[in-house]
Structures are given as C-alpha cells and as structure tokens.
Ligand binder design. Structure first.
Ligand SMILES: [Fe+2]
Length: 302
C-alpha cells in the first residue's frame, strides 16, 4: 500500500517520512496511534489494504486516490476563481446583487453534500497566491454546512455563504508583505491588519441591497465574547448568533490551514484548542459545529 500524503500532525522526523510504502502491520499501527486525521492512498502505486484484510484492521483511516485528490483540487480552484471574480467586482465598485452569488453558493452546497470534508482537506494545500480566495471559499462552505446542520432557513444560509466569501474583502487593500509576513508584526502593522473588517464593511456599504447579515459578519468576525476583539471591542450581548458562527468557521479554517510560516493543525487539534477558549467562542455553538463535522474529524473529542 502506497501512502501518497498524510493529513494532520505527523512528525516529519518519523522514519517513515510523508510518502512511503506500507510494508508491515507495525507501520499501520504507527499511523493509527498517531495524531493524524487521514491518509491518502495512491492505488496506482499499490493495493489499498485498509479494509478488513488489513493485518491490524486500519479501517478507520480515510482514503482517497490521487485522481480523487486532483479532481477535488480542480473543483476548488474553479470555485476560488469564481469567488475571486465576485470579490473583485465588489472591490471595483461594479453593481453586484445577491443573485450573482447564487450559482457559486449552489455549487458549494452541492460539493458539501457530496463530501463535507472537501474544503477542510484542501485548505492545507492552498498556494500562497490564492490563499485569501481559498480561505474565503472554505469559510463559505463551513458556514453553509453549519447553518444547514442547525436547520437555519434557506435565505439565511445563502447569506451566510455569501458572507463567508466576502468577510475578508478588506484584506485586499492591505499590502501582501504585511499579510504574509513571517516574523512578528510591529504595532503599526498589527494595527493596519486590524483595520480590514472596517475597510471591508465600508466597501460593502457602498453596495445597495447588501444583506445586513453579510455586513455584520464582515465587520464583526474578529469580535470576541470577552470584549477583547476588534474593531469595535463589542461585548457578548451585542454579538449575534450568525457573527458567532462566522468566528468559529473563520478560526477553524485558519488553524487547520498551512501558511508560509506554519503547518496546518489537524481538525482535532484545532477544535480542542477552541473548546478551551470559552472567553472567545460561543461554547454551545462550537459544540454544534463539532457535531456537524464528519466523525473522522472529531475523533478523540466526542
Ligand atoms: Fe478576517
């Protein structure tokens, strides 16, 4: 069995590396007992032995062929390109309606029905150039999935998805060198980055008919329940459910994504970290989010 890639916290220092042929049951035990969230088995280079014939019963390991992975990557790139076009239209002041987002929202909804972990798996593979657009798309997909899982109505779900696509639009006016800086930020740089919700909100306000929920999420997705968020240091009672959901989806995607300066965390690591921060996130909503995810992604938490 040939392991093409590993998702999650896998030690590169492991003697196995990240791409290798599995030759023994002992090696499958090492995989099962590690903190990884999944492996991708390239069936073109060997048999998949993770089923019942596995010497150590490694059937809990999720599998996808290289072809599946490439098809998924293509789908995400296509959707990110559509999201980029919509975001640029808004940035450049072209008239845009809620209906303009419908085909992309429908496409994301279909993809989430086929494979709910699609965007989470791909978020670690994003390139630096498309990072903002893929992040926006991933947050949109998570918001849609989250909204559906708690039976929100269709219009709210559509607006949640649209908000996911547009929430970081203010970042496009901040220099890339600062957004992608690998070392610590100066006070001035931090302050500039913290302007992105307000800048985005101003940009969206210029569009008549922009749903209130989209405006609120754009402005307030970095607010915290303890009042230490930005830009308005809102207190918990003023932060609505949809904004609280956006914070959860945004931080979850940020933590599980690879960045130029860090590897992505596994879903389990990210959720465990978030569950310890009641002062920051709505705990009831966070548990609802956990329950909405694929059990493979929450193993060890539930
Ligand atoms: Fe943001």
């Amino acid at each position: 069995m040939f392991v093409e890639a590993i998702e999650g916290a896998w030690q590169d220092s492991s003697t196995l590396g990240r791409r290798f042929v599995v030759k023994s049951g002992q090696q499958i035990d090492v995989l099962q007992n590690s903190n990884i969230s999944g492996v991708f088995i390239n069936t073109a280079l060997g048999h998949n032995i993770t089923g019942s014939a596995s010497p150590s019963g490694a059937k809990n390991i999720s599998t996808a062929t290289k072809e599946d992975k490439l098809e998924t990557a293509g789908k995400i790139r296509g959707q990110a390109a559509v999201a980029k076009g919509l975001i640029q239209d808004v940035c450049e002041g072209r008239t845009i309606t809620v209906e303009a987002f419908t085909p992309l929202v429908d496409d994301v909804a279909r993809a989430m029905e086929d494979n709910p972990s699609l965007y989470i798996g791909m978020s670690r593979l994003r390139s630096r150039d498309s990072a903002t657009f893929v992040h926006s798309l991933a947050v949109a997909a998570l918001m849609l999935h989250f909204g559906r899982s708690i039976q929100m109505d269709d219009e709210t779900i559509q607006h949640l998805c649209m908000a996911g696509i547009l929430h970081d639009i203010g970042k496009l006016s901040i220099p890339k060198e600062i957004l992608q800086k690998q070392g610590p930020l100066t006070v001035a740089e931090r302050s500039l980055i913290e302007q992105h919700p307000d800048r985005g909100h101003q940009l969206l306000l210029a569009h008549t008919g922009m749903p209130k929920l989209v405006l609120d999420i754009c402005r307030s997705h970095h607010e915290r329940l303890d009042g230490k968020g930005y830009p308005d240091r809102m207190s918990a009672e003023n932060i609505g459910t949809e904004v609280r959901m956006s914070t959860i989806c945004d931080v979850f995607d940020a933590l599980t994504s690879a960045r130029p300066y860090k590897k992505g965390w596994s879903s389990q690591q990210a959720l465990s970290w978030m569950l310890c921060r009641e002062e920051q996130f709505d705990k009831t909503l966070l548990w609802q989010f956990v329950l909405s995810l694929d059990p493979e992604m929450t193993k060890g938490i539930l």
